[in-house]
Write a protein that binds this ligand. Structure first.
Ligand SMILES: [Zn+2]
Length: 399
């Protein structure tokens, strides 16, 4: 099984070039994500226009060619390259040679072949009606990596499961404490002392029999988590630990994954706004966690990720928490994902919800673009960059 994954901006740029010069092709430079001996994702990093038929001096990493047109094709396998022939109807099924599927990361999150239709059920009839059948099928078929399974993470896992999602990877190293039971989704009292992810996985499975959660009792910075999360279609962070957020940000850039970064808190008296929450949907084609939002403690986060575990950060004043606030931001974050699946969200979006004088105010944040972003430079670099992580991680801090 060999899939090509590419971002919407890259595909648009390549299409534009090919339309202008139909006697050419686009050679994609790809990174690799090897998921199993017989399963790999090719991650498009860049393209260059080449003549057709292709010249003999293609570089080995230019493993895929895009071609515009409907004519009969020469055998592309002669050069060991995969080929995607784009026709007049880009929304139609693609003509692929040497590839089993294509996924475009951007508005609509189109994938070919389409996820199979589920059995007819009245359960999600209204969600399907509102989102559209194609968008709902993609929502249900996607694999989700939820990093942080406390208040916000458990509410989000529940919301996704209720909407029909099946594959949830749950990542959190912590055990349940009595103080967790107040704001998380209802978990049995007897679960205190057990890993949060295990108790959450069991509860989700009982309530939503179609869900197959995969609990991982490790930090997202740990290597087993990084490897498991490579298989996800959406990465979600609901943690205040920057190492885990950076781990997700690095994976999102390396493997071309959308990242939904969520935070909520009730601050200390006298600090305004006191109650606030944020949801950022970051698309790898236009930004990353570093240039599309940032980290509070990038140096500590980078050290922790390089050592593949969390480090204890100095104790900060403990912020409060309100379930109502967690619910509000989970609803908003899920809406961003739904809008992306429905093709309505054209680019990354960063929303901040605050209460000022008792009134909720939604602010749209606009991070300054950083064309020299060192993490965006690793976009699509895949397994090669992940295995060399400690070597290049310090470069993220230099700019
Ligand atoms: Zn960036």
């Amino acid at each position: 099984m060999r899939r090509l994954i590419l971002t919407d901006p890259l595909l648009r740029a390549a299409l534009q070039a090919l339309r202008r010069a139909p006697e050419t092709a686009a050679a994609l430079t790809v990174g690799l994500c090897r998921l199993a001996p017989d399963r790999e994702d090719l991650l498009a990093r860049s393209f260059r226009q080449i003549p057709w038929p292709p010249p003999a001096d293609l570089r080995p990493e230019e493993a895929v060619l895009l071609r515009w047109g409907t004519m009969v094709l020469p055998e592309p396998e002669a050069q060991g390259r995969a080929l995607w022939v784009l026709g007049e109807d880009p929304a139609g099924p693609p003509r692929l040679h040497g590839l089993d599927g294509v996924a475009v990361i951007g508005p609509g999150m189109p994938v070919w072949p389409d996820p199979p239709a589920s059995e007819p059920s009245a359960r999600w009839i209204r969600t399907r009606g509102a989102l559209g059948e194609a968008a709902w099928r993609r929502l249900a078929a996607a694999r989700y990596g939820i990093i942080g399974c406390g208040r916000t993470g458990s509410l989000l896992a529940e919301a996704l499961a209720a909407a029909g999602a099946r594959a949830l990877i749950l990542v959190d190293p912590d055990r349940l404490e009595p103080g967790n039971l107040g704001e998380m989704i209802p978990l049995p009292e007897g679960a205190i002392g057990r890993p949060k992810v295990e108790a959450l996985a069991e509860t989700l499975q009982e309530r939503f029999p179609w869900v197959a959660p995969e609990p991982l009792t490790v930090s997202a910075a740990a290597r087993p988590a990084l490897h498991a999360l490579r298989t996800c279609d959406l990465l979600i962070t609901t943690v205040d630990r920057d190492a885990a957020r950076l781990a997700a940000g690095v994976l999102a850039a390396l493997y071309l994954k959308p990242l939904l970064d969520i935070g909520a808190g009730v601050g200390l008296p006298g600090v305004q706004p006191r109650v606030g929450a944020e949801a950022r949907l970051i698309l790898p084609g236009d930004s990353c966690l570093l240039c599309g939002g940032g980290l509070a403690e990038p140096r500590l986060a980078s050290e922790a990720l390089a050592r593949a575990r969390e480090v204890e950060t100095p104790a900060a004043p403990r912020a409060g928490s309100l379930r109502s606030l967690n619910m509000a931001i989970v609803g908003l974050a899920l809406r961003l994902w739904e809008e992306l699946l429905a093709g309505e969200l054209p680019a990354s979006r960063w929303l901040r919800l605050v209460w000022i004088g008792g009134t909720p105010v939604l602010q749209e944040m606009a991070p300054a673009p950083r064309p020299d972003c060192p993490l965006c430079a690793q976009r699509g670099a895949g397994d090669a960059a992940l295995s060399a992580l400690p070597a290049w991680l310090p470069t993220l801090l230099k700019s």
